[in-house]
Design a protein around this ligand. Sequence first.
Ligand code: ADA
Length: 558
Amino acid sequence: MHRTFEPTPSRRRQYLDGRWQFVTDPEDEGREEEYWESFPATDERMTVPCGWNARPDYVDYEGPAWYRTTFELLKRRNVRLTFLAVAHDASVYLDGEHLVGHYGGHTQFEAVCQGLAAGEHELVVRVDNERDEISLPRPGADWLSYGGITREVFVEELPDVFVDDLNLSYKLDGDCATVDAEVALRNLGDDAEREVTLTIDGTETTDVVELVASEPIVDRSVALSVEFGGVEQWSREEPRLYTATVTVGDDEYRDRIGFRTLSVDGTDILLNGSPVELAGVNRHEDHPEWGHAQPLRLMTHDLDLIQRAGFDTVRASHYPNHPRFLDLCDEEGIFVIEEIPYWQFDAERFARDPVLDRGLDMLEEMVTEHRHHPSVFAWSIHNECATQEEGLREPTERLVDRTRELDDSRLVTYASNRDFEGYTDECVDLVDFIGINAYWDWYFDGKTWPEFLEDVRNQYGETPAIVSEFGAGAVPGERTVEAQKWSEPFQREYLQNAVETFRESEFVSGFTVWQYCDIRVPRRKAMHRPRTQNNKGIVDEYRRPKEAYWTLRDVLPE
Ligand code: ADA
């Protein structure tokens, strides 16, 4: 299941996980030769979901590739085909016809087919993970851009009238909540009249709607509102969740929310009106066996290790994560910062068409897909971009404004390493709090953490801040010379010293260690990355704790 709860119990859903036919297309001939008409004869198979670079024979493959599979319908049906993530440029063909295209490797896309015939159907997908001068992420980003169908694909059978989307927002007044629901309905059949009911915590409201045959979806948004008391707020200690259910005819659609308020006051970040301290990690979706495709048991294992060490926050570096991982964070009371993969972009790159539009699309998809997860407390719009440059202000403003338009209930941030690089960041005033990335005594010497924090304080004054990245590489098992760089003891001391400094600081509201686990990087980075890994994990790529993990576990509160 792609969520930790059942979102549409009334709909028959079939997952297309498994081994799909697969061919790489380094010469990019597949479109010319119309592979969707006649797929090349091949015995090659690729697991779905999986990043093909996790397979030794495709370890470095960047470029186009094609997948083929079939699925069966027992009866003629309306169906929705959903792809949770395809990295990075996808074109989908159904029964020889182009169905849908999508750019962006970490957000979902779907297509609805009206009255698909009973019997077998063929699905062909072209996927391209090439990074280029206009891609997100860009070439040179410090993680491997796994290509492929990296999250679940499923076929959902739909009644003629169904709930296409649900947008919940709420106001809290003490322990009383007023929840407003925008229900997007779609009618694929004849004229119809339907009762639409919203139920939360046993409180329900109903409305009756007229649906003209195949009227475009946008016209049929229904607003419903419920009010109820005795609300338990979502917090990290008490991650109370509520299920909102919308029924229309025999269609049932559910999602979960948690009621909490987020704000800033002076240099504090407030949850439910009280200042919070964040103790967290940066976590990439990576594993040697699956790449970005994360099975549930890996997600639960990671969260277990993260919580046992005393961490309460995850920065999902540097791209939107799997919704199931966010479900787990909702349930466990883990705070999440979600980000779109603008990694080290300068003004010149932002100015290239369609770089900003691509990011705005990804942002919209991320926020609308993940808006109901209480664990997500902040949206991060970019990482280590050239925010000292004049040309960065306008794109930053556009991204911040769009985020606030889409969701005014969360904080907006970005991660800056401008001070570390010796520049003045000119965009901090645009966000609610700033993430500071710095690697003193790893990449550069010259400042102690207390000196650095003082500088930052003088620079940002009243803007709340977290130290969003700091860390040191440790080759697993390397202990030959006590405090030598790349050794576990060096990393242990480095992180202990930094974490103790940040916890004592009045100014910073917390930190996220770079990083949770070692991750693969592109081979061309191998000169700075022993084992072709970014070894700054406090656990290695197989989740074996390094010395630093145990030390931080002792340093951090239970
Ligand atoms: C940067 C960047 C990370 C990673 C890290 C490192 O801060 O945001 O993605 O590259 O440095 O390991 O150097």
